[in-house]
Design a protein. Structure first.
Length: 350
């Protein structure tokens, strides 16, 4: 951009409001920058915001600073009740992002003629803050999902059955925090309809909804993520399609699978089958000792899966912080709510 001369505003009040809004914008940007740096650990975001702050600083000319209104400012110290209800870092970030955008708009309007360079920079940064707002919200959403994932002990995998929605509802009420939709028989339109219903239920209970295999269905119903088998689409391609905020899980059956899942930056793994499973009849059980070995080899959230029920789960009672994925134990029980509660309690006592 060609540098244009700065003309002091003919009205000193305009210089005062430009100065005030440059301060306001830079202060808001600093709040945004520090949350991205310390809260989200996103150096790329914080570096970008710092650059915007520096650009505005370069154009904070002395003609504005010298016009500064402080002790005689009639609005100094005035606050608003809504400022006291920003209870989350995300709310603070959004409030400051809005503050920056509003301040930059004021700067644009009052510098078009006298300071065209500052006007153009203010306009450019304002539009860029809209974009980073979305990126930060997506990043925060991803962090929250992964925290739910880490806190989960019982992961429900669905199968084709009558009254599936009610079974899932009962399990959610009992405390299930992740539901994976696994359906091999219905037509795609039916799958999408059923998946939408289950996704809505999960959202009401702040639980994660994961789709097995089908990225297209996961995208269609805005699922929280996808679960992939060893023969499914590569993790890299799945990540490109889903974005960074979505969760990707991978089934593993040996130590090599586990290490590959880590290298591919999967968010979690299933290890199994531990016992004989009706769902995976073609796979031989890997057993408890192999499960322990697998858990010791990874830092990823890992769910033991395969034939686990309230009877044989006691064989796993010496494994610390055990997480399990179950299907038949809940889906085909007479009382999904009580069965889910029972499994969760068993794991808490583990």
């Amino acid at each position: 951009m060609k540098s244009m001369p700065v003309t002091p505003p003919s009205d000193n009040r305009i210089a005062q409001l430009i100065d005030a809004n440059l301060d306001r914008a830079r202060e808001g940007l600093r709040v945004m920058e520090d949350w991205c740096r310390f809260g989200l650990k996103r150096s790329d975001f914080s570096i970008q915001i710092k650059d915007w702050r520096q650009q505005l600083g370069v154009h904070h000319h002395n003609i504005y600073r010298k016009a500064r209104l402080t002790s005689n400012d009639p609005a100094m110290g005035i606050s608003h009740p809504l400022q006291a209800v920003r209870s989350t870092p995300e709310a603070v970030f959004i409030a400051n992002s809005s503050r920056v955008q509003e301040a930059l708009r004021v700067i644009e309007e009052f510098t078009r003629i006298t300071d065209p360079n500052l006007c153009e920079i203010a306009s450019k940064i304002r539009y860029e803050t809209y974009e980073i707002e979305i990126k930060v919200l997506n990043t925060t959403e991803g962090i929250n999902k992964r925290q739910t994932l880490r806190d989960c002990s019982v992961y429900l995998v669905t199968t084709n059955t009558r009254n599936l929605e009610d079974i899932v509802l009962q399990s959610l009420k009992a405390g299930v925090k992740i539901v994976q939709y696994r359906e091999k028989f219905l037509h795609d339109n039916e799958k999408i309809s059923q998946a939408k219903c289950l996704a809505s239920l999960c959202k009401k209970f702040n639980s994660l909804f994961i789709v097995n295999d089908r990225i297209d269905i996961a995208l269609a119903v805005d699922a929280d993520g996808i679960h992939l088998g060893q023969d499914d689409i590569p993790t890299k391609i799945a990540r490109e399609l889903l974005g960074t905020e979505k969760i990707i899980g991978r089934s593993t059956h040996c130590l090599e699978d586990i290490k590959n899942a880590e290298k591919e930056c999967c968010d979690y793994i299933g290890i199994g089958p531990i016992f004989s499973s009706k769902t995976k009849k073609q796979l031989n059980p890997i057993g408890i000792d192999y499960l322990k070995k697998g858990l010791s080899e990874t830092l990823l959230p890992a769910f033991a899966i395969g034939g686990i029920n309230n009877l044989n789960i006691r064989k796993l009672n010496k494994i610390n912080n055990l997480r399990i994925a179950v299907s038949n134990a809940i889906i085909n029980s007479n009382d999904p709510f009580s069965k889910t509660e029972e499994l969760i309690k068993l794991l808490r006592c583990n």
